[in-house]
Design a protein around this ligand. Structure first.
Ligand SMILES: Nc1ncnc2c1ncn2[C@@H]1O[C@H](COP(=O)(O)OP(=O)(O)O)[C@@H](O)[C@H]1O
Ligand SMILES: N[C@@H](CCC(=O)OP(=O)(O)O)C(=O)O
Length: 365
């Protein structure tokens, strides 16, 4: 994995905290030393760092991660500032400027927001800044619950067109069963996602500060490799070796080709606002011919979506077959359903000849 020009490094809470649960200055400092070496080797780095909640616990007198979402958000609010302050100071020792980028799933939900995030990150990198990305936990809800910084890192890797995604955790590699289980074997390479069939995934690490566990790391790896970005999964202790291109941890080979940002965004970063049910003919047209969704194939809809919202296209048995950006509001669907474009143009006006979802805005699931 040598020669990566642009690397996204994701570090989990478990790799930044002390046994007691607070942020460990020595671990942050150690990571920053490695990132500075990577930068000195002419590689651009984007850091996706968890740890805001963990960093906020002790100032608020909390012994462990609170269960109540509002308290987690409060801890993130206090901790994010402390965390970035620490990174900023440590990076400054190496003459590197840190920039904070807080994203929510919503920021990746709307195409305009996605482009905005893209532009900001590109500008930061052009200016030589090392962006430090986290979820905007204080205003977001589901992210904290689902601990999706792994998936966020994969999406950021796509956004910045990274050549490599490095996922740093408290475990040195992926194992075929939770490493606490006797006899579990290290997996050095994942050439295709089928290699994961026999792998057993356990809960998050013993430290109790991580959220996603291996499940979200594998999901992140899947998103990245299917998009053409190889992934190295290893421990923060091995970060230097991983970034220097040595064979450590688990290497997930890229299996797909880079797809347009729009489609990756649609498949992985959106939450469907509603659904449109279609007949078997429409399913075949979308699946086999990559066709647009026309009103003629629609049999029903659900949800209060509006023009431009992501919606699922559902087959007659209720299975989502595609996701796309809809060109009509939900309340218009009943009078369009089952009608040909010609009929709609003639009876409702020329504007109604447009596709319900254009094929450029449609991704088959
Ligand atoms: N098959 C597996 N291989 C490796 N680690 C696993 C596996 N199943 C579960 N784990 C656990 O996942 C943990 C990493 O997840 P997590 O604690 O959320 O880390 P982070 O804070 O870095 O995101 C490891 O400490 C390990 O105990
Ligand atoms: N955004 C949250 C952490 C979310 C998360 O994915 O945590 P982790 O499993 O430690 O990578 C925080 O900064 O505390």
């Amino acid at each position: 994995m040598t020669g990566a020009r642009r690397v996204v490094v994701k570090v989990g809470s478990s790799s930044l905290t002390t046994a007691a649960g607070g942020i460990d200055p020595a671990r942050v400092s150690g990571l920053v030393d490695v990132l500075a070496k990577t930068r000195a080797a002419e590689q651009e780095v984007v850091l996706v760092s968890s740890g805001a909640i963990a960093a906020g616990l002790s100032p608020l007198g909390l012994a462990k991660r609170p269960r109540a979402l509002a308290k987690q958000q409060a801890a993130a609010s206090v901790g994010q500032g402390l965390l970035v302050h620490r990174y900023t100071d440590e990076l400054a020792r190496h003459g590197i400027i840190a920039g904070q980028v807080l994203l929510t799933v919503d920021d990746l939900n709307r195409r305009a927001h996605y482009r905005n995030a893209d532009a900001t990150l590109s500008t930061l990198l052009d200016l030589g800044v090392l962006p430090i990305v986290n979820e905007n936990d204080t205003v977001a809800t589901s992210e904290i619950r689902f601990g999706d910084n792994d998936r966020l890192a994969a999406l950021v890797a796509h956004l910045v067109k990274a050549d490599l995604l490095v996922l740093l955790s408290d475990v040195d590699a992926l194992y075929d069963a939770p490493p606490s289980q006797q006899g579990s074997q290290r997996i050095d390479e994942v050439a295709s996602l089928a290699d994961l069939a026999g792998v057993t995934i356990g809960k998050a690490g013993a430290a109790g500060v991580g959220t996603g566990g291996m499940v979200t790391k594998l999901e992140a790896a899947r998103i990245a490799v299917e998009d053409g970005v190889p992934v190295v999964l290893t421990s923060a202790a091995q970060a230097e070796a991983a970034l220097a291109g040595e064979t450590v941890g688990t290497l997930f080979h890229a299996v797909g080709k880079r797809r347009p940002a729009r489609l990756l965004w649609l498949q992985h970063a959106t939450e469907a606002v509603g659904s449109i049910t279609v007949d078997a003919g429409a399913v075949a047209a979308i699946r086999k011919r990559g066709a647009s969704l026309l009103a003629a194939g629609i049999t029903g809809s659900s949800g209060a979506f509006h023009v431009g919202d992501p919606v699922d296209v559902v087959d007659p048995s209720g299975v989502a077959v595609a996701r796309g950006l809809v060109n009509y509001d939900a309340d218009e669907i009943p009078r369009l359903a089952g009608r040909s474009s010609g009929y709609l143009e003639a009876n409702l006006g020329a504007a109604y000849g447009r596709e319900v979802i254009h094929r450029d805005d449609l991704v088959v699931l």
